[in-house]
Design a binder for this molecule. Structure first.
Ligand code: KIV
Ligand code: NA
Length: 263
């Protein structure tokens, strides 16, 4: 199997082949996910919730993400490896680059950051310095206190227009992938139409170029509140590997997310 690269994601998007992405934090799962056909592994700062037991992602450090990125990179060769820039590690372009260098040296192929048009200069600064960037808009969990909770975004016309402007600014700045979290499915479809780069949805409907879930949510092992967009793919399957294969199949066939998972 040839490796998944950033240009390969664009080819998949252009051909209408859905991209299957999952979070991953260790080498054993990296191997399992690779064998199940997952295209992109995300070392998400969701590890603050599912590994560390925090209520938000804010306490996650750059060292934490570097450590887990190195673990994942040792376990998988084919998938593209994307690592989150944690809260407070990309306040300026220079700080973002210094942080991104640590993630790339740890084995990341691309870094992800949360925010809109205000990040355009930072995205451009990274891309010019050979750091591929995935942007993340909508319900960006690092902004939980700015939002006043984990709330669906882009529900009003004004908010939807702002997200469209953000998405275009990030693409123009050189972002090559866009995660869209917890927005109405119709808006995510419009964003996917508007942009040339692939979009990855989580709680954003079936029309995105691909889907992502938090691994522990797919496994059904996270004890916290289960958001609407989550589906346990493992119960009913004979093994964890079969559950992950079922997720990949559902994403590729466009049967996940279903009506019950969208806003
Ligand atoms: O940290 C994470 O797991 C994420 C995904 C949910 C997109 O950012
Ligand atoms: Na994240």
């Amino acid at each position: 199997q040839r490796p998944v690269t950033v240009p390969r994601l664009q080819t998949m998007r252009d051909a209408g082949e859905k991209i299957a992405m999952l979070t991953c934090y260790d080498a054993s799962f990296a191997t399992l996910l690779e064998r199940a056909g997952v295209d992109v592994l995300l070392i998400g700062d969701s590890l603050g919730n599912v590994l560390q037991g925090h209520a938000t992602t804010l306490p996650v450090s750059l060292d934490d993400i570097v450590y887990h990125t190195a673990c994942v990179a040792r376990g998988a060769q084919r998938p593209l490896i994307v690592a989150d820039l944690p809260f407070g590690t990309y306040g300026t372009p220079e700080q973002a680059f210094a942080s991104a260098v640590r993630l790339m040296r740890g084995g990341a192929h691309m870094v992800k950051l949360e925010g809109g048009a205000w990040l355009a200069d930072t995205v451009r600064f990274l891309v010019e310095r050979a750091v591929p960037v995935c942007a993340h808009i909508g319900l960006t969990p690092q902004s939980v206190h700015a939002f006043g909770g984990f709330k669906v975004q882009g529900r009003t016309l004004l908010a939807a227009d702002a997200l469209k402007a953000d998405a275009e600014a990030l693409q123009d700045a050189g972002a090559q992938l866009l995660v869209i979290e917890a927005v109405p499915a119709t808006l995510a479809a419009e964003l996917t139409d508007l942009l040339a780069i692939p979009t990855i949805g989580i709680g954003a409907g079936p029309e995105c170029s691909g889907q992502v879930l938090v691994l522990h949510d797919l496994l059904g092992v996270f004890p916290g509140k289960r958001p609407r967009f989550v589906k346990d793919f493992v119960s009913g399957e004979v093994s964890i590997g079969a559950g992950i294969e079922a997720y990949v199949r559902a994403v590729k066939e466009g049967t996940f997310p279903d009506q019950e998972h969208v806003f």
